[in-house]
Design a protein around this ligand. Structure first.
Ligand SMILES: [Zn+2]
Length: 449
C-alpha cells in the first residue's frame, strides 16, 4: 500500500471505479481511450482517463472490472411509444392508416392501467437489455409509464399524447392541459423522469390547439414534440386541410424552435431543410418504422449537412417491431447511403452521434449521450468476446455495423447497474414473462371481437 506524501495528494473518495479495455467517450473530441477507467460519484462521471490514473487519484467504495469489454454511452432513443410493446406483431405488413384504424386504435380503445403498465415494463426490460438508457416517449396515461421508469432505474421524458378535442381521452382542451400540468407536477422533482408536451400530429390536432399547447410548453419550460412530415399521405392531408405542407404549417405558426422535436421528417423538400436548420429544431429519424410502414426514407445526410440536429428513435414496438437502438443505428447508416446514392453518406460516426449526443438534444437533456466529466453516468458495455465483434479495427464501426445489441453485458443509469451478465437488477423478468403471456391473451380476445 502506498502512503500519501506531501507531493501526492490523498485519493478522493468516489462511489465506483469501472475498468474497461476501451471507452468510446462520444465527448466533443470523440476520444477513444484504451486501458481506461471511469470514476463515478453521486450518479455523475467524476473523472475519466487511464485505469492506472483513476486508481491513483480515487478511493472507490466499489469496483467493476469490465476487462475484455468496450464501454460506451447508453443509447438515447429519441422517439418511442413504450406501452405499444403490447401490440408487437398484432398486425404487420400493412400501410399506415389501415394499420392504425383497423388494428391498433380498436385495441388501444380498451387498454387498462394494468395492461399499459405491463407494456411499459416490457419496453423497459428491452431497453435495459439492448443498451438504451434514456428515451423520449409519447402515449396515453403517461403517469403509468413514469412509474415503470422510476421503478426500473431508466431515464425518460414522458409526453401525454393528444388529438383534437373532443377525443376519447379528453373532452376539452382545458381537460388535456390540466392532465399535462398534473403529469409535470408529479415528476417535477424526480431526477430521472421529466415531461414533454406531445400533440400527435399536424393533421390530427387543430392549429389553434397546437399553438396553445406550445404556449404551455413554454410556460412549463419543457420540450414540445410532434410527429411531422412522416409520409406523402400526411402532406396531402395538410395541403387539403390548410393549403400548406406540414413543415410550412408549423413554421407559419411559429412552432419551429429549439424547444421543438419533430419525429420522422421523411417527406421534406430542400427548402424545408433550410427552414429546419435556421429554426434550430431537433429531428428524430426512425428508419425501421419508416421502412416497415413504407413511409419513405428521410434525407438524413442532407439535414446533417445543413446543420439540423438529427437524433434517432425506434418508434413504437408495433411498427418496428423491436426497441433495439442498435438495429436502428445500423439501418440509419445503411438506408442513408441508398437514399443519397452515396456509400459515404450517414457514416458510422454520424450514426453513433445520432443515437447518443444528438438524441440527447431531442430529449432536451444535452448532457446525456456522452461519457464526460460532470455528465450523468449512463453507460453500457459490449462484450468483445462475441465472434461478430472479432477482430477489432474500429470500435465505432463495431458499435454501428457489427453489434446486434445482444452483446450488451452491462447497462448503467446514473451510476446504478441495471443489468449485468444476464441479470436484470431491477426487473423480475420471470414475472414479467408471465404477465406478458396473460396480456397477449387479452389482446387476442379484443382484436378478434
Ligand atoms: Zn411515433
Amino acid at each position: 500500500m502506498t502512503h500519501p506524501t506531501a507531493n501526492t495528494p490523498a485519493p478522493s473518495p468516489c462511489d465506483l471505479i469501472i475498468k474497461a479495455d476501451v471507452v468510446v467517450t462520444q465527448d466533443d473530441a470523440r476520444r477513444i481511450l484504451t486501458d481506461a477507467g471511469v470514476a463515478i460519484k453521486d450518479g455523475l462521471v467524476l473523472d475519466i482517463g487511464s485505469y492506472a490514473s483513476m486508481e491513483t487519484g480515487y478511493c472507490p467504495a466499489q469496483r467493476l472490472d469490465l476487462s475484455g469489454k468496450m464501454l460506451m454511452p447508453g443509447l438515447v432513443n429519441g422517439h418511442t411509444h413504450l406501452p405499444m410493446t403490447l401490440l408487437r406483431g398484432v398486425a404487420d405488413d400493412l400501410p399506415l392508416m389501415e394499420w392504425l384504424e383497423s388494428h391498433i386504435w380498436p385495441v388501444e380503445a380498451h387498454l387498462t392501467d394494468e395492461l399499459i403498465t405491463i407494456g411499459a415494463q416490457i419496453g423497459c426490460a428491452e431497453f435495459i437489455r439492448t443498451g438504451c438508457t434514456s428515451f423520449l416517449n409519447g402515449y396515453f396515461h403517461e403517469h403509468l409509464t413514469g412509474n415503470a421508469v422510476a421503478d426500473c432505474g431508466l431515464r425518460a421524458v414522458l409526453g401525454e399524447g393528444f388529438f383534437s378535442f373532443p377525443s376519447p381521452m379528453f373532452k376539452t382542451a382545458e381537460d388535456c392541459w390540466q392532465t399535462l400540468r398534473g403529469l409535470n407536477r408529479q415528476f417535477e422533482t424526480h431526477s430521472r423522469v421529466r415531461t414533454a408536451i406531445t400533440p400527435h400530429a399536424a393533421f390530427t390536432v387543430m392549429p389553434e390547439e397546437l399553438i396553445a399547447s406550445f404556449e404551455l410548453a413554454e410556460e412549463l419550460d419543457i420540450p414540445w414534440q410532434i410527429h411531422l412530415a412522416e409520409s406523402p399521405m400526411e402532406t396531402a392531408v395538410c395541403l387539403d386541410k390548410y393549403g400548406k405542407r406540414p413543415i410550412e404549417l408549423l413554421h407559419h405558426h411559429g412552432l419551429l424552435t429549439k424547444r421543438t422535436t419533430l419525429h420522422h421528417c421523411v417527406d421534406v423538400t430542400d427548402e424545408e431543410i433550410e427552414i429546419l436548420a435556421d429554426s434550430g429544431v431537433n429531428v428524430v429519424h426512425n428508419p425501421v418504422s419508416n421502412l416497415k410502414l413504407c413511409s419513405g426514407i428521410s434525407p438524413v445526410q442532407k439535414m446533417l449537412d445543413a446543420g439540423v440536429m438529427v437524433g434517432l428513435g425506434t418508434d413504437g414496438a408495433s411498427s418496428n417491431n423491436q426497441l433495439n437502438m442498435f438495429r436502428d443505428m445500423g439501418l440509419a447508416a445503411l438506408v442513408g447511403k441508398v437514399r443519397h446514392e452515396d456509400a459515404s453518406a450517414v457514416n458510422a460516426q454520424s450514426a453513433l452521434d445520432m443515437a447518443t449526443r444528438n438524441s440527447a438534444h431531442c430529449l432536451g437533456w444535452p448532457e446525456l449521450g456522452r461519457i464526460e466529466k460532470g455528465c450523468p453516468a449512463d453507460m453500457i458495455a459490449l462484450d468483445l468476446a462475441y465472434p461478430n465483434l472479432m477482430p477489432v479495427f474500429n470500435y465505432v464501426s463495431h458499435a454501428v455495423y457489427g453489434a446486434t445489441g445482444m452483446e450488451v453485458c452491462m447497462t448503467m443509469v446514473g451510476g446504478e447497474v441495471l443489468y449485468l451478465y444476464g441479470d436484470f437488477k431491477t426487473i423480475d423478468i420471470n414475472l414479467l414473462r408471465t404477465n406478458a403471456l396473460q396480456a397477449s391473451d387479452w389482446v387476442h380476445s379484443v382484436a378478434e371481437r
